[in-house]
Design a protein around this ligand. Sequence first.
Ligand code: URA
Length: 227
Amino acid sequence: MVSGGTQEKHAALPEQVVLLEQTPQLKALMSIVRNKETQRGDFIFYSDRVIRLLVEEALNHLPFIDKVISTPTGAKYNGLGFRGKICGVSIMRAGEAMEQGLRDCCRSVRIGKILIQRNEETAMPQLYYSKLPPDIADRFCLLLDPMLATGGSANKAIEVLIDHGVPEERILFVNLICAPEGIEKVLAAYPRLKIVTAEIDAGLDENKYIMPGLGDFGCRYFGTEGV
Ligand code: URA
C-alpha cells in the first residue's frame, strides 16, 4: 500500500515508498520546478517549497510517544511528543539544497555530508568524503538527495550510514523525484528503509537522466553548467 499517496496511479508501489499526496498544489509546484523556462530564482523558491513538504512528511514517519501536557487554561491535553533524536545527511552536492528545508522544520538539527562520485576506471560509485554526527548510530537519519535516478550513489550513501551504525529502519531517504529503477535498486539492497518522495517518473534515459525529470537539479539550483 502507498502511504499518503495516489494508490490508483501507483498501485504496485512497495509499502516502503511514501508518496506525497498528489494534490493540485503539489502538481503546480512541480510543474514550475520541471519547466525548462523556469528561471533560477523561481526554481530555488518552488523546489524549496516542495522540499519543505517532503521534510514535513518525513517527520510524520518518526516514532512518537504519548505526552500529556497542561495548557494555560489549567486543562490537560493528551498529546504526542517526538521520540528519539534525528539528523540529516546530504548527498553532495544536490542534497545540500535540501538542508535549509530540514533546518526550517528542525531547529539546530545536526547535518552530515557524504560525497560520492563515479570512479572513472571502475564506473562504480566511490565514496570521496563523509562527515557525520558522532552519535549518528543513535539517531533517525533523513538522507537528502533531490533525485533518485539509478540508485547507485544512494546505495553507497546508505552503506556509509549503516557502516556508521545507523540501523536500516532508521533511515528515511527523502527526494523530489524518483525513477522506478532507483526505487527498485535501493529497496532490493535495503528493504527496511523508507523512501519519501514527491513524484515518481517514467524511467531513465540513456544518459541516466530521469524522464521527464527536471534536468540536473544541482546545476539548476546552484546556477552552474548542466542540462
Ligand atoms: N540527477 C539529476 O540532477 N537529474 C537527473 O535526472 C538524474 C540525476
